[in-house]
Design a protein around this ligand. Sequence first.
Ligand code: GDP
Ligand code: MG
Length: 163
Amino acid sequence: MLPVVALVGRPNVGKSTLFNRLLGQRKAIVEDFPGVTRDRHYAEVTRYGSPFLLIDTGGFEPASEDRLLTQMREQSQLALEEADIIFFLMDVRDGLTASDEEVAKMLRKIDKPVFFIVNKVDGDKQEMGASEFYALGIEKIYSVSAEHGRGVSELIEDLSELL
Ligand code: GDP
Ligand code: MG
């Protein structure tokens, strides 16, 4: 059985973009609308030495803040049940949101490694914004750009140590 890494986070934070980047090809559909990934995408990632199974989660665009939280709970549940390692993505452009805080709280209770990742840090300018996420009380925040690849090798290095 391959170790399973699950991508979780609000719609539009860039889960599918990171999925594609880690895969090295475009597989998951990336759209400019939240919640385009209708179901889970699974892919075996073999290009970094130790292979792992990557899960991209999605779901429909939540109709409301309530629905968003329900979806996030479902994702966290999925991660709890199926994943060995969790990549929790947030978006530097939105800053730290209430639902990020709520999900972070849920994920901290899970007895599995969780990587807290701030995405869309495309350049030095966004690096400052990423430091705001340390308010979550997490020791290590990964700032990455799924789109351009910035910070992704550090993420992979640390992941590889767990595989
Ligand atoms: P998902 O809903 O979490 O799967 O998010 P997607 O991967 O579909 O991405 C949502 C939007 O954010 C798309 O327009 C992406 O092109 C954009 N996006 C994703 N990653 C980055 C990034 O690192 N930088 C920037 N600037 N945009 C990104
Ligand atoms: Mg998606």
